[in-house]
Design a protein around this ligand. Structure first.
Ligand code: SER
Length: 644
């Protein structure tokens, strides 16, 4: 029986002997390709070579490529663990021709490697089926005449099955696939005698040969590539299942040791309970994906690839808990992944310590959050279930699982309302994704529209609180003033405004026409560079002079908006000031610069908190002064030292 290491090596050696350069896998983080979240096929690293934008010193290559399909065009996350062959992380074996050989060589080689007992894997030909693109007479002919595949084993398929594209744009072309008959016992639907092509699970695609011929642009238009090329991809996990005589990829040597380790930690027997088995498979799959993603530099975060990693990690932890594992564990399984795979992917050797530290940290911080969230979710399920019962008159069968969580086994549909879902997210850190994931097997749905609405409301509340500073009850005199006038704010561009006119004066809350030296007075101008306290930023200070003279007529100690549209300068008069006078208004510019820097720092801090703790972090208040800033925010737990 071939081990997966031998299968990989046989593939690479086969093409090395046929003048291919064996190229190391590229990183899971695509270099300079914004169309991709993760590397999802062996051809990604050759995209520009296919397009004729880049030249290499070889025209034939072969590789074993690390791939992740979670998020983006090819996304298998939800299926993982529930089928025998979906994975987030997998290895794709491929051979490539960059305008060198084409179908007439690629097809016979693929057949030889799959079927020849001498030079390849020796898989019996009578277990194999072949598909070609509907219009591809040429490939059909090669399979029949050059290779000798019987006519009734060749099937023509349309775009959906036999036209491959890396993403919405980029290189693409018709393809031809080799499928393997796993036998009726592999049918997920219990088919005893279905014929190819049936997608019940019995027939498995082993190898996809893409005849790269076009580049598709944003408009969907396809232009021919400089030269027709070859891109093939064979999933190592599936080949291993076939060659190791297993119905499920999870029973191969790539997964089984990881599953067994998880089962040991959970003190359960793999194969004894369906739901637990699903969990153990998810753990094994996600441990592989996390190990490889982190070793390629992805860190858990709340956006982009980091978010997908976090989701994968948290799903694995959730399933660990469900299968009965206590405490941190995933980092241990990840350690095994690294040990087991570092011969094929030497980069794992250097990364192994970081991988385990990152996973362990994420496990520790998520543990408390998760148990609080699940407790709260239980009460929400009970409420939603009893509402469903009173609405329909039909009883629900609510069952408490061994881990204390509730599951709905039968009864009317139960939906967690949007507000409750939002609270679970906002207060308990349970994201909508994970909540829906829980619902998918625990028998409830989530009101997504209601969730979005609650999210929008929250945003508006946060925005309104920014304007809080303006909302002190305004005196009727100010309201009257605001009806007739408006202070123009010039402080975005200047610190000094000449010829500002005094519109009004207030002493002890009452309007006056003039204020004598020494009086505390609020001065309202038609134009001012002074920033009025708002959004946490405190008001400017400075002074007024007579136009064209250095003589101070008033010292300004604060600036605020008593009512929308009007700026009041709190000042002490040095000379007599009168309504109608012209003044030059000058801000203390150095102090203002300090305030500006702290205001910028506030936004940076807010962004950093969202990145580190999560996007649920909302500003709850702030103070921006020249010498310090304060930032109040919401979060469901205390912030640990490392995050700080
Ligand atoms: N790019 C093709 C695939 O991913 C063949 O390698 O299936």
């Amino acid at each position: 029986m071939l081990s997966s290491d031998q299968i990989r090596q046989t593939f690479l050696d086969f093409f090395r002997q046929r003048d291919h350069r064996v190229v190391p896998s590229s990183s899971l983080v695509p270099a300079g390709d914004p169309t991709l979240l993760f590397t999802n096929a062996g051809m990604n690293q050759f995209k520009d070579v296919f397009l004729g934008r880049e030249k290499r010193d070889y025209l034939r290559a072969a590789s074993s490529q690390k791939c992740v399909r979670a998020g983006g065009k090819h996304n298998d996350l939800e299926q993982v663990g529930r089928t025998t062959r979906h994975h987030t992380f997998f290895e794709m074996l491929g051979n490539f021709s960059f305008g060198d050989y084409f179908k007439a060589q690629a097809i016979p080689w693929a057949w030889e490697l799959i079927t020849s007992p001498a030079t390849g894997y020796g898989i019996p030909a009578d277990k194999l089926y072949v598909t070609v693109f509907r219009e591809d007479d040429e490939a059909d002919e090669i399979w029949r005449s050059n290779v000798g595949v019987p006519k009734d084993r060749i099937f023509r398929m349309d775009e959906k099955d036999n036209f491959w594209a890396m993403g919405d744009t980029g290189p693409c072309g018709p393809c031809s696939e080799i499928h393997y008959d796993m036998g009726p016992e592999a049918s997920d639907l219990g088919h005893a005698d279905c014929k190819f092509p049936c997608d019940c699970g019995r027939y498995v695609e082993l190898w996809n040969l893409v005849f790269m011929q076009f580049n598709r642009d944003e408009s969907g238009a396809m232009t021919p590539l400089p030269r027709p090329s070859i891109d093939t991809g064979a999933g190592l996990e599936r080949l291993a299942a076939v060659l190791q005589g297993k119905l499920s990829n999870f029973d191969t040597d790539l997964f089984r040791p990881l599953i067994d380790e998880a089962a040991l930690l959970a003190k359960v027997e793999y194969g004894a309970n369906h739901e637990t088995d699903v969990s153990l498979r998810i753990i094994a799959d996600h441990a592989r994906a996390s190990t490889f993603l982190i070793s390629d530099g992805v860190l858990p975060s709340n956006e982009g690839s980091g978010y997908v990693l976090r989701k994968i990690l948290r799903r694995a932890l959730r399933h660990g808990r469900m299968s009965g594992i206590e405490g941190t564990f995933l980092y241990k399984i990840a350690g095994h992944v690294a040990d087991r795979m570092q011969q094929a992917y030497p980069e794992l050797l250097d990364a192994v310590r970081v991988v385990s530290a990152v996973i362990r940290h994420e496990e520790e911080r998520y543990e408390t959050t998760l148990s609080l969230a699940l407790k709260h979710l239980n009460s929400e399920i009970k409420i939603a279930a009893s509402q469903a019962v009173s609405k329909t008159g039909v009883n629900v069968d609510l069952w408490e699982r061994a881990d204390g969580t509730l599951q709905l086994r039968s009864g009317p549909p139960v939906a967690i309302p949007g507000n409750a879902a939002f609270q679970l997210y906002d207060t308990f850190g349970l994201s909508l994704d994970l909540l829906e994931d829980e619902g998918s097997w625990r028998g409830f749905s989530v009101d997504r529209t209601g969730f979005e609405a609650a999210m929008t409301q929250q945003r508006e509340r946060a925005r309104a609180s920014w304007k809080g500073a303006e909302k002190k009850a305004a005196s009727p005199d100010y309201l009257r003033l605001a009806e007739a006038h408006k202070t123009e704010f010039l402080g975005y561009t200047e610190n000094e405004t000449r010829d500002s006119r005094i519109l009004a004066l207030m002493v002890k809350g009452a309007p006056v026409n003039e204020a004598a030296p020494g009086t505390e007075v609020e001065i309202i101008l038609d134009r001012t560079p002074f920033y009025a306290e708002a959004g946490g930023q405190i008001g400017d200070t400075g002074y007024f002079t007579e136009p064209g003279s250095p003589r101070h007529v008033a010292e300004v100690s604060n600036t605020y908006r008593p009512v929308t549209g009007i700026t009041a300068h709190k000042a002490v008069a040095r000379e007599t000031v009168r309504v109608g006078d012209l003044v030059t208004a000058r801000v203390d510019a150095e102090r203002r610069e300090q305030i500006k820097r702290n205001h910028t720092a506030t936004h940076l801090l807010h962004a950093a908190l969202r990145k580190v703790l999560g996007t649920h972090v909302k500003q709850a208040g702030s103070l921006v002064a020249p010498d310090h800033l304060r930032f109040d925010f919401t979060h469901y737990a205390s912030v640990d030292r490392q995050d700080l």
